[in-house]
Each structure stands twice: as structure tokens, then as C-alpha cells.
Design a protein around this ligand. Structure first.
Ligand code: 3PG
Ligand code: MG
Length: 394
């Protein structure tokens, strides 16, 4: 794979696929700029070499053409502030203005195209659409790791129109960190899996059973396991149709001699609200009408001890409903434990949308080894799948 450091962009127009799919609030302010910050080294190198950058991305999942809340114009100000150069915006990714702006673009300047998903052709992987996008640049850079699991026009198809296809620094770092954790982990290796659904994580959990020494399961998916073991979960979130699967995971972990940890207690609430009444319930003893929204203090203690003894840590998915401040303690405590293990020389990779924002919210984003910009893409890569966006670079 041709990496960015090996390529001189002097005098070239680089068509750069980035993942600027960032969360916006109701007034269109960016609430987490991780993905924008991540791409700065890639784009800066292109500009510093004397090249220009034509940036293209999707934002959200627009259903039927342009929508204000999915417009990439909301990131223009951020780009101007962080690159201190002229940033042009084309309000139609394949319109006349995009063409003219790209032709007139000067070395050191940036052109951002409007949301590619405003055209159905993007997600369909349409060849003609990809060709139009490709026409803007002399060289293709793919730095959109977060979207590399999609076989879309801009992530996988447009590469074929270029002689030179360059792997961006984000893409490269993501691949290196994922490879490190899956192929070269120091032991003890502990994976902490959270989030609400077992069904989303089953593939990666099965893969991890061949790699880890300890597997900690927290978050909403816990209750499917507890249900499977005959425990009472009240009205906690669960997937009753996945209890067989949950038992299989428990069985496999036993066969492979892996230490499997579940929360021994939970912080429970009488409604799904930050202002709910709360109490602590032991595992499998949640009364009717109550639901688990975080792990309890005893679980925090046990999990933190396991984390503290680990040399490699993979964390995916929060321990509770951390968006509600009263149910963020479990997630924040795990974040703190991961940071402490990292300070002692351990390696830690935080991956998958929610855990990345959880660690950033807790203020520890820069104190772990690596925070992935990928959600689904990271999981699929670690499961061993070939990502179309990576394959297109090879
Ligand atoms: C993401 O945030 O998961 C990526 O940007 C890909 O977006 P998608 O899941 O809508 O394809
Ligand atoms: Mg996704």
C-alpha cells in the first residue's frame, strides 16, 4: 500500500475521502470533533507539500436528497479555524460550481464538497458518479477508515480511476493499531465489551475468545446473559431471542479457559430518565418495574482490578447509559482504570463510536494509547473481514 509519507503532493490536486460524519446539535454545532481533528495531519501534509485538497465525505444518513441538518457546510468554519487557509465549499458535490472551484483551486487551498449521500449513487457505488468525483483530482487519498466497511462510490469505486492511490495517516494508524491488538497483543489481554445489543457484537466476541485472557461484559447486553442464566432483569433492555447465543458464548469461554466477568451488581432505576429513583441490585435480582442503567459499585471494583493487571486492553461500548450523568459512573470508572493501566505501560485501544465519545467526555481521550475513529468499521476489521475501502487502496 502506498502510504502518505511516501508521496509528494507538490503541484497535485488530491481527491481526499475523509470521514467527517460528526455529530451536530440542534443548532448545527459540532459536538464531537474527533474525526475532524484526526484528519489534520493527512490534510496538512498535502497542503505543506504544495498540493491542494478536495475533501469529500458523507454526514449522517440522508434519505432523499439535501437536508439542512446533514449539510457539510456546518464544518467549514471548523476547517477555516484549524487550517488557516482558504476553504471553498461546493454546495453540490457533482455540480458546475464544484467543477469550477476544483479547477481554480490553488496549492495550499482546500475545497470541501457537499454531502456525497445527497446522491443515491454514492451508496449504490455508482460507477459514473464515482468517475465524476474522481475527475476533480490527480491522485486519490483515502483517509476515511470509519466508512471503510461500506462499498460506496467514494470509498471503494472511485479508486480505480487513479494511477496513484494513497493510504491516509488515519487509515494507516487505524490498521496498525487494530493489527497490533489482534495479532501482537501482550498478555494479560483484557477486552471490555459494552453497549446495548449482543447481536451487534457477537462476531467480534467470538473472535476475541481466541485472543483474550479476560473478557468483561457490561452495558445493556449484560441483561441478555443474565436472562439466559435464569436471573430476574425487571424491565431492563434485553434480546430474549438471543439467550441461546448468550449461553453458547458462556460455554465457549469456559472451554477456552477465559475468565468471563459480568457485573455482580447494577445501578437500577424505576424509569429511563436521569431523574429516576435509583438503588443497587445484585446480579439477577432486579425487581419488576425497575431497569439496570449502569454497573454497580462492587462490579466497578472487580472490573477495575482486572483492568489494572492487564498489559493489553480493548474497550468497546459503554458500561451504562453514560449520556445520563447519574448513570455514567461505571463508564467513567472503567475509563479511569484503562488510563491507569496505560500509564503503567499497558497498551489500550478504545474503539467504536460510543466508547470514543465516552472516553472523551470523561476527559481521558489523550491518555490512552489509541482512540479509534471507527465504529462498525473497526469491529468488522477486527473480525477479519476485508474492508472495501482498504481493499481499494491495495
Ligand atoms: C459511521 O459513523 O459509522 C461512519 O461514518 C459510517 O456511517 P454509516 O454507518 O452511516 O455508513
Ligand atoms: Mg455506522
Amino acid at each position: 500500500m502506498l502510504t502518505l509519507d511516501k508521496f509528494n503532493f507538490a503541484g497535485k490536486k488530491a481527491a481526499v475521502r475523509v470521514d467527517f460524519n460528526v455529530p451536530l446539535d440542534k443548532s448545527f454545532a459540532i459536538t464531537d470533533d474527533t474525526r475532524l481533528r484526526a484528519c489534520v495531519p493527512t490534510i496538512s501534509k498535502i497542503l505543506k507539500d504544495g498540493g491542494s485538497a478536495i475533501l469529500m465525505s458523507h454526514l449522517g444518513r440522508p434519505k432523499d436528497g439535501p437536508e439542512e441538518k446533514y449539510s457539510l457546510k456546518h464544518v467549514v468554519k471548523w476547517l477555516e479555524e484549524h487550517y488557516k487557509t482558504k476553504v471553498y465549499f461546493a454546495d453540490d458535490c457533482i455540480g458546475e460550481s464544484a467543477k469550477t472551484l476544483s479547477i481554480n483551486l490553488q496549492p495550499g487551498e482546500i475545497l470541501l464538497l457537499e454531502n456525497l449521500r445527497f446522491y443515491k449513487e454514492e451508496e449504490k457505488g455508482d460507477l459514473e458518479f464515482a468517475k465524476k468525483l474522481a475527475a476533480y483530482g490527480d491522485v486519490w487519498v483515502n483517509d476515511a477508515f470509519g466508512t471503510a466497511h461500506r462499498a460506496h462510490a467514494s470509498t471503494a469505486v472511485m479508486g480505480q480511476f487513479f494511477k496513484e492511490r494513497v493510504c491516509g495517516l488515519v487509515m494507516q494508524a487505524e490498521i496498525e493499531n487494530a493489527n497490533k491488538i489482534m495479532n501482537h497483543a501482550d498478555h494479560p489481554f483484557t477486552a471490555i465489551m459494552g453497549g446495548s445489543k449482543v447481536s451487534d457484537k457477537i462476531m467480534i466476541i467470538e473472535k476475541l475468545l481466541d485472543k483474550v485472557d479476560n473478557l468483561i461484559i457490561g452495558g445493556g447486553m449484560t441483561y441478555t446473559f443474565v436472562l439466559a442464566q435464569g436471573g430476574k432483569i425487571g424491565k431492563s433492555i434485553s434480546e430474549p431471542e438471543k439467550t441461546e447465543l448468550a449461553l453458547t458464548i458462556i460455554e465457549k469461554a469456559k472451554e477456552k479457559g477465559i475468565n468471563l466477568y459480568f457485573p455482580v451488581d447494577n445501578l437500577i432505576a424505576d424509569e429511563f430518565s436521569n431523574d429516576a429513583n435509583i438503588k443497587i441490585a445484585p446480579k439477577g435480582e432486579i425487581p419488576d418495574g425497575w431497569q439496570g442503567l449502569d454497573i454497580g459499585p462492587e462490579s466497578i471494583k472487580i472490573f477495575s482490578e482486572v483492568v489494572a493487571k492487564s498489559k493489553t486492553l480493548l474497550w468497546n461500548g459503554p458500561m451504562g447509559v453514560f449520556e445520563f450523568s447519574n448513570f455514567a459512573s461505571g463508564t467513567n470508572a472503567i475509563a479511569k482504570a484503562v488510563v491507569e493501566a496505560t500509564e503503567k505501560g499497558g497498551y489500550s485501544l478504545i474503539g467504536g463510536g460510543d466508547s470514543a465519545s465516552a472516553i472523551n467526555n470523561a476527559g481521558y481521550g489523550d491518555q490512552v494509547s489509541y482512540v479509534s475513529t471507527g465504529g462498525g468499521a473497526l469491529l468488522e476489521y477486527m473480525e477479519g473481514k476485508v474492508l472495501p475501502g482498504v481493499a481499494a487502496l491495495q
